[in-house]
Ligand binder design. Structure first.
Ligand SMILES: Cc1ncc(COP(=O)(O)O)c(C=O)c1O
Length: 398
């Protein structure tokens, strides 16, 4: 059995003690919105702040040089984690902020004859920045539709919209709503054949699958370290030549080449220290081991939900090509009411659309109320799953 759940002791937020609001008696299925932080990432951020190295980059003294060395180390480990050239690592406050900086730069080169392909499977941080860009430039956004029958985004739903006017394709690596994983490699190949560039939103994929950006071949890949046991930050890999070519919105003294072009102001050094430690942790445990362990808990969860009368699992009913995240509804109860009842039993789930706003309609859900979302994380145990199933069965019965 691939079981990592004794790894729970590495997460102080759930491993130790119990307060009225938090503690080790909570079953946490809220990982897709943000995970608990692993011990080494907490310690690395604290240690950085204690060290005296808090300074700024490119200075003549030791602490400033320690800041530069930290950027180099964080970029290198992110390169190993994502299979990407470390020279393209842009560190920012969040993926949404990074996408706004990217699209603002891209927009300076777009006009009314240009097209962008987005998808209804995506989180809005990979849709709205493009819609805003289109409003500013006159470019057209075409939406590739997920298949309402399967909850999956087929390759040809995207590639059929790609034509000679397509300049950018923006597609998710994995849905944060229902976990499905589109074939971004095939989509990237098709886009590149017509000269279009590709942004893959890797935020929900990175904690659950081994990523190899160089094999995918995309031009931009985004991820957020607070989804994989690290601090709140966004890391956006941009193919280094593209990074230098973009007509970045930047302050004049900011570098003319490299990641500094899209990084606004001084990065959070303590976050970089945490990112380095969290990425090292993922590499140490191994994404394949994580995926195998999570797959077991996920099969238990989806199988258990299927067995409860009055529960509808939204989207795909199987576990193939899918991160361990699902949405479900309980007949006769709003998603919020379900989430509140589960919370009363110290089980954390999200309700609503989770910013996957385009996906709600095709999945047969109310645009605002959405559904209940439960995600498996590295620390989720069988006992957590059984508690969620038992509490949901109670709700469906009464
Ligand atoms: C798939 C996906 N993309 C993007 C984001 C946005 O990330 P951030 O909060 O870092 O802007 C999220 C956050 O939930 C997400 O799940």
């Amino acid at each position: 059995m691939s079981d990592l759940h004794d790894i729970r002791h590495r997460f102080p937020g759930i491993a130790s003690g119990t307060t009225s609001t938090n503690g080790d008696d909570w079953a946490r299925f809220d990982g897709p919105a943000g995970t608990q932080v692993v011990d080494v990432a907490i310690e690395a951020a604290a240690q950085w702040q204690r060290s005296g190295n808090n300074a700024n980059s490119h200075g003549a003294f030791a602490a400033a040089q320690a800041c530069d060395a930290l950027v180099d180390r964080a970029s290198a480990v992110m390169g190993r984690l994502l299979g990407a050239d470390p020279a393209g690592m842009v560190f920012g406050p969040s993926t949404t902020a990074n996408m706004m900086a990217l699209t603002r730069a891209i927009g300076r080169g777009l006009g009314p004859d240009d097209e962008i392909v987005c998808t209804t499977l995506d989180h809005d941080s990979n849709v709205s920045p493009w819609l805003l860009l289109a409003a500013d430039t006159g470019a057209t956004v075409r939406m590739a539709e997920l298949d309402p029958a399967t909850g999956r985004l087929e390759v040809d739903a995207v590639t059929s919209l790609i034509g000679p006017s397509t300049r950018w394709v923006a597609v998710t690596g994995s849905s944060n709503a229902v976990g499905t994983i589109p074939d971004v490699e095939a989509i990237t190949r098709a886009a590149h054949e017509t000269g279009a560039r590709v942004v893959v939103d890797g935020v929900h994929l990175t904690p659950h699958r081994s990523v190899d950006v160089s094999a995918v071949g995309c031009d931009v890949f985004t991820t957020s370290s607070y989804k994989w046991y690290g601090p709140h930050a966004g890391i956006m890999w941009v193919q280094p030549d593209l990074l230098d070519d973009l007509d970045a919105y930047k302050v004049r003294p900011a570098p003319d080449r490299g990641p500094g072009r899209l990084q606004y102001g001084t990065p959070s050094w303590e976050a970089l220290a945490g990112i380095e430690a969290a990425a090292d942790f993922l590499l140490e445990v191994g994404l394949d081991a994580i995926a195998a362990s999570e797959a077991e808990r996920f099969a238990r969860l989806i199988g258990g939900l299927h067995a409860i009368d009055g529960v509808r699992v939204v989207g795909p009913q199987d576990t193939a090509d899918r991160a361990p995240t699902l949405m479900f509804e309980v007949a006769g109860r709003t998603p919020l009411a379900v989430a509140e009842r589960l919370a009363a039993g110290r089980i954390a789930v999200w309700d609503g659309h989770n910013y996957a706003v385009e996906a709600m309609g095709p999945l047969g859900l109310d645009a605002e109320a959405g559904a209940v979302r439960a995600g498996i994380s590295i620390y989720t145990s069988d006992d957590d799953v059984d508690r969620l199933l038992a509490a949901t069965a109670d709700l469906a019965r009464t």
